[in-house]
Design a protein around this ligand. Sequence first.
Ligand code: CDP
Ligand code: CDP
Length: 222
Amino acid sequence: MIQIAIDGPAGAGKSTIARKVAAQLGFLYVDTGALYRAVALHVLRAGAAAADTAAVTALLPSAHISLRYENGLQEVYLQGENVSEEIRTPQVSRAVSAVSAIPEVREFLFGLQQQLARENNVIMDGRDIGTVVLPQAQVKIFLTASPEDRAQRRFQEMQGKGQAVSYETVLADIRKRDEQDTHRAVAPLKQAADAVRVDTTGNTLEESVTRLSRFIRKKLGL
Ligand code: CDP
Ligand code: CDP
């Protein structure tokens, strides 16, 4: 099976680009952030604090999370309910980094991610795919852009959905999440030694997709 790992901070364009390239190549696109977001939603629904390791760990056995693919799109289910929209709220975004820093949570989601990569050609995006989940991936990309560019992209996305939020809040949230994801003890966000760094600051989405798609095809000899 072929494995493509894309890691990087929030708003770098990982999911948008990976989804398009997966469609071009006929690979399965796996958004691993959605799994962590589903755990965070489960924790919030139970009224527990995201940083409460004991409470979060105790909630894991009751978190029934699965991915389903509908028309090639990944949908996330929690307790049999499609929560693909709900996991994108600012509340979940604020809770998810603390939940993800808990080793038991990472262990809980590890097997599912590896199974998907065993059974399919995948483009998987996240924070630790090239370093921890798929260290043998044939292609590893570390996708990044300036925090301001990434916040601007996210801000526009949220405005498009009619969510009332300021650019400053989005930027502050992104900086905080970068900080937490980079400095945690287990599986922190960092570039794998054999990953190629791609900075998309100032690029349009089309430019990023073309760049990444060319790079991946060349690397795989396609
Ligand atoms: O889409 P966005 O970049 O905002 O974030 P995401 O990919 O949905 O990931 C949400 C959060 O989950 C990240 O900020 C990390 O804290 C965590 N995560 C992780 O720890 N490991 C992964 N492989 C993927 C996500
Ligand atoms: O998955 P990740 O958090 O890395 O980013 P995303 O969810 O794909 O969000 C990136 C947003 O920025 C999307 O709305 C893209 O359309 C937009 N964008 C981009 O991805 N790349 C660019 N070069 C310019 C804009």
